[in-house]
Write a protein that binds this ligand. Structure first.
Ligand code: HEM
Length: 431
């Protein structure tokens, strides 16, 4: 029988550790968040998004509803459902560890979940203008999401302010993210106004502010804060200086606020800050590893590199979108460079480490995570390039259309790998 080398043995032992008591206690709540995030993503998120794209590019028929209403339901399900519930589901487990603090009570966490998920489930009422009590349903949807974001922000900020560990500057990004979640939900409520009097679509300006506050504020600030914290351990990057991070968080918050107010300077400030952040997070920089970086860490580094390259490209496109004469697709291309290239990819990379860490499950297969990352990059590239080229150029419509199914494949491959990890945790929790 071939002797097993030390590293294989360590890996095998690590992947079979039984969940600790606190992991068991909040395992079900964590699984609820992860499964709900995936369910919103595969349906109204990536699913509806792909249908919309196939309609716009190759004329696949859409159900009896307005294009804009369906687009708005898609965008909202992605930002609050896919991204929002994932951020909340991981946050309530890892922030207490960052701080050396007690975990928030299950009741508070489930309250935040119930309000946000409940609000989301009511949101498709926007599609059917003749639905009975539609205005009350939409009002309840917007109010519930705002209440949920407030409960989440309160528990996140309380956790960040508490605990016994020394404070670190990256916590400021996380705190800013929690605040922008509330600001985004407030704009979301304002954007609903026309639909409360029978209108089919949201008010475009508050809707744009809602998207900017959630995508660039709530989601991106959380991802950047966690990236700054885990990059040294996950990708062997040198730790960033607190002084630079403090400057970056002030600039980031200012840039998001300006972008939320529709100021063209907003994305420009964010672009400069993103370039500094890429440097201090260090995915392209010198590694501090004393020996070869193992395969799981290499795949996380691949995700960091792709994600932060797309963040810079996406913000540059948003900035360019404000320049007269720039291709019409710049804003949509910029948004999806950030949504598919940055957010989705970093979820696959960092998620491959955090999901087993918070559930006690086996690590997802490195090959599956790598495949999902490659597919996410292909989907983002097809979307961004051909959104800018425009569907009227020969072959561009097919290429643009293809980005939807490729992104869906990426989500499915990662979803299955993560499900294996969660299932192993549930199995050992009930064993
Ligand atoms: C399979 C992947 C995806 C596809 C095929 C897709 C497709 C689309 C399409 C066709 C539009 C309308 C663009 C237009 O106005 O011409 C759109 C808008 C949007 N998408 Fe996606 N998308 C995808 C993933 C995502 C992700 C991951 C996010 C965010 C996390 C996202 C957020 C948005 C937002 C915020 C809008 C604008 C909604 C509005 O105007 O209210 N999308 N998407």
């Amino acid at each position: 029988m071939t002797p097993i080398d030390a590293r294989t043995l360590i890996r095998a032992r690590a992947s079979m550790a039984l969940p600790t008591t606190d992991q068991r206690r909040s395992l079900l709540v964590t699984v609820l968040f992860l499964a709900s995030s995936f369910a919103f993503a595969i349906t109204a998120g990536f699913g509806l998004g792909t249908w919309l794209l196939l309609h716009a590019t190759i004329g696949v028929p859409l159900p009896e509803a307005t294009w804009s209403a369906l687009v708005q339901v898609h965008g909202h399900a992605q930002l609050v459902g896919f991204a929002g519930l994932l951020v909340m589901g991981i946050a309530h487990r890892i922030f207490p560890r960052f701080r050396g603090a007690d975990e928030p009570t299950t009741r508070e966490v489930v309250l935040a979940y119930g309000l946000v998920a409940g609000g989301l489930l009511l949101r498709p009422a926007q599609i059917w203008t003749d639905l009975p009590a539609r205005d009350a349903l939409l009002m309840a949807s917007g109010a519930a999401e705002l209440a949920g974001m407030l409960v989440y922000a309160r528990l996140a900020i309380r956790t960040l302010a508490g605990g016994t560990n020394a404070h670190r500057a990256d916590e400021l990004f996380i705190g800013a993210g929690a605040v922008f979640g509330v600001i985004g939900a407030m704009w979301g409520l304002v954007a609903l106004a026309p639909t409360l009097t029978g209108g089919a679509t949201l008010d475009p300006d508050p809707d744009r502010a809602h998207i900017a506050a959630l995508l660039l504020g709530f989601v991106s600030a959380h991802v950047i804060g966690v990236s700054l914290r885990v990059a040294p351990a996950f990708i062997a990057a040198p730790p960033a200086s607190d002084r630079v991070i403090v400057g970056a968080v002030i600039a980031w918050a200012a840039g998001v606020t300006l972008a939320t107010l529709g100021e063209p300077l907003g994305p420009v400030v964010l672009l400069g800050t993103a370039l500094v952040l890429v440097r201090v997070i260090g995915p392209f920089g010198r590694s501090v590893a004393v020996r070869d970086v193992p395969a799981p860490a290499r795949v996380v580094r691949l995700a960091f590199r792709g994600a932060y390259a797309w963040l810079v490209a996406g913000i540059a496109l948003l900035a360019a979108g404000a320049i007269p004469g720039m291709p019409l697709g710049s804003e949509v291309a910029g948004r999806h460079a950030i949504a598919l290239g940055f957010l989705t990819q970093i979820v696959f990379g960092v998620g491959s480490r955090l999901i087993p860490a918070v559930t006690g499950g086996r690590a997802p297969s490195v090959a599956a995570v790598r495949a999902a990352i490659v597919l996410a990059n292909v989907a983002a590239a097809l979307r961004v390039v051909f959104e800018l080229v425009g569907p009227n150029v020969t072959g561009a419509a097919i290429a643009l259309a293809a980005s939807g199914p490729v992104a869906l494949a990426a989500l499915s491959v990662f979803g299955m790998a993560a499900a294996h990890s969660v299932r192993s945790a549930l199995r050992s929790a009930i064993a």
